[in-house]
Design a binder for this molecule. Sequence first.
Ligand code: KIV
Ligand code: ZN
Length: 504
Amino acid sequence: MERLYIFDTTLRDGEQAPGCQLNTVEKIQVAQALESLGVDVIEAGFPISSPGDFNSVVEISKAVSEPVICALTRGIEADIDCAAEALRYARRKRIHTGIGTSDYHIRYKFNSTREAILERAVAATAYAKKFVEDVEFYCEDAGRTDNEYLARVVEAVIRAGATVINIPDTTGYCLPNEFADKIRYLFEHVDGIGKVCVSTHCHNDLGLATANTLAGVMAGARQVEVAVNGVGERAGNTALEEVVMAVKCHPETQLLTGIQPEHITRVSRMVSGLMDMPVQPNKAIVGRNAFAHSSGIHQDGVIKNSSTYEIIDPQTVGLDTNAMVLTARSGRAALKQRLRLLGYEVEKDRLDELYRQFLLVADKKKEVRDEDLRMLVGLDLSDNHWVQLQSLKVTSGKGLTPHAVLSLSIGQQSYQAEADGNGPVDAGINALKKIVLNRMIIQEFTIQSITRGSNDLGKVHMQVEIDGKAYYGYGANTDIVVASVEAYLDAINRFMVKNEVKTI
Ligand code: KIV
Ligand code: ZN
């Protein structure tokens, strides 16, 4: 068996997806979960991109010891200096530097030439090598890079000291045979390729990320860059769980990963919850229907022998098939166990508080579902908000002008306001705008009903623009107007934290 290395980029490429931003505490939680999952490399961030990203790389380097901690840079000295500084506490460290190598990037992004880009690639690698032994070089948009030129760049950076060569299909353009041919071409034409590890980094724009990754592996790549649940820019990155389970289900590949698959479901749910990024129900391995059999013929077959319609035993990926129903009569132990399964470890005080909120929901609903619990854990976040909703009363109905009266606390101060609107949510937000920032523009507003009934918890995702920058907000409540106002306030609080301001 040969080792296939798992490079996880959930916290870098994955976190670049709109609305998926995590704070440092959340990133540490994910990094520790990835360590228990058994990933080989954690790409912890892009330190020069923001002080928050820099700090996350520093803190993850302290919190995690087994996997290599990797920091991304452009092929620029200042980026590399910054990454080296952010990695100073990492026990095992890697700098991931690179540059665009396709003619699209060379011409339109850099207004440069192939020769000049090749020189910059070599210089960046040699510079990174002054700080760390382990230097990974990415040829951005390698998927659309001419193979002969790609081979020249790869050979030159290997000579300059690169230890890992990343071949990203940045735009998710390649077909599997094309991507495999590219990797094979490099093995056949690059001097020194045998002494480095070749890596795939595929995006999912055509839904081919996993297929391309596996094609690259079959052609000789021995590291795969993946993200939990396939999160990432646009259509996402290759999903960790898909590649890991594909390799596991096919021992004839003679490949072995270090992943403990029984943690897959827990980590998937943790990432989905923290990023507020629902997993599509029919998503391979981690979707809620991935192991559900609904047609009579399938159910009959599975009851007779699960191998008839299941290629993976759900317990292999840590799925609890004996789902326990949580109701108002459930105790703290059942709640704690369910939360644990969803990826939330809670201490006694927090459990008591969550249990109190759980009973409030359970009183309103027959059955408290996983989605409701995730909302509860999310709801808790508003307790730390500097600007908090104290009360909201909205009158609306046929023939009435919707009218909202609300009170807010900003730090220790209380404020009241009232306003009309063209609907109850609009009235609530108009009242809010009389107290807080009036220069927010709502760009996206999504209301999601979590389960089925009218007694449901509703979840609101909002993207707002303040001074040209996008902020994400999220709220959940059985009252959809309250959830909307909470989402707006969440975005305001994120703006305040990011800009370190206490008044608005
Ligand atoms: O998709 C890509 O090309 C990347 C590189 C920065 C590695 O994410
Ligand atoms: Zn990428």
